[in-house]
Design a protein around this ligand. Sequence first.
Ligand code: FAD
Ligand code: UDP
Length: 373
Amino acid sequence: MFDNYDFIIVGAGFFGATVAETMAQRGKHILILDKRHHIGGNAYSRFDAETGIEVHNYGAHLFHTSNRQVWDYLNRFTRFTDYKHRVFTSFKNQVYSMPINLGTICQYFGKRFSPAEAQALIAGQKAELGDNPPQNLEEKAIALIGRPLYEAFIRGYTAKQWQTDPKLLPENIISRLPVRYNFDNRYFNDIYEGLPQEGYTALFERMLNHAAIKIMLGVDYFSIKEQIPAGTKIIYTGPIDRYFDYSEGKLGWRTLDFEQETLPMGDYQGTAVMNYADEHIPYTRILEFRHFNPERHYQTQKTIISREYSRFAKGLDEPYYPVNTPQDKQIYARYKQKAEAESHVIFGGRLGTYRYLDMHQAIGAALKLCETL
Ligand code: FAD
Ligand code: UDP
């Protein structure tokens, strides 16, 4: 059953699907398998039977990139809507724009600031750090926005999201959020942005619709591993620590619990994503799926929301965000060394390389890999 494939790909997310599609175009025979019962990995979405609303099963997935190669590649399989992501954050019963921009700053300090005045204000506040470069998330956030805004919009949210002292978290987590001294309230800075017009799953179906690609769903690689002929090339996009049976220790991950509800109203919160900065509110954000697709004519009697709760992953929990403490980094370095010695296996994707990758980065890395195969 597992003979005669040039590549067996473990995981039908963006990394695995991109390698499968690219190598099939080059005449290779591919088996792609996933332990889940659907393709698409974490980007998978489905149309809710009751309301017709597209629901992103594993949290909101917004496509954005400045990588022209990745954009052109995906445009072979889908058209994109012109959705531009905007996020709001609720703090002490007020609603502000996120990421922090001039509007957020004026509203928070209750005063009109010009761009130069706002910059001078934040520069004064970050002086508390002295000349030392920021060493962790807290210092980086204060360097970017000063302590008052950090304490209002970042500290509580980050405490809920990571349950780790912000002084122990890497600064790059917060570098993902832009800070703007103008009224631009778009969430992403990228050149290209949008959502697949017919949904993510249709996009994956087109990518994998090729005579040389066989798909097996509901199959765990570790339950069939022994049946694969020796020497078969494997592209593995599952968790790297699982591959080595946790011999070097378990890598730290955050998981999410999604509390989904269908409500008897046309609009619950007026926007796609509302963050909750107050620490005493247990969820980090609420998604309302209908707002991701304003171009669709969804019914107006019902809407679907999802509250997101974050916690440490254990046992069979889905690993979502690598925690990446200094200890995790040491453990990963040991797995990486082992992975390099595994000559017939290539480790890729978010789980296989223990990195937070956006979709465009996972696709970009997969395309790059294919150049070398
Ligand atoms: P995945 O999509 O995770 O695919 C890996 C697949 O491997 C999974 O389907 C899994 O079931 C399978 N697998 C694992 N182990 C085995 C095994 N033993 N046997 C068989 N199959 C196995 N990116 C963005 O660009 N924009 C966003 O807005 C965005 N939002 C996100 C929100 C959340 C909550 C999360 C967690 C991530 C978000 N991302 C976003 C990141 C995005 O999900 C990843 O970039 C993308 O999933 C990476 O693709 P991948 O193929 O590496 O991994
Ligand atoms: N963050 C925050 N407040 C917010 C939004 C983000 O403190 O309102 C911090 C938090 O630490 C989070 C990080 O910024 O983990 C990155 O945010 P992003 O929205 O990129 O996270 P994701 O969408 O991947 O969950």
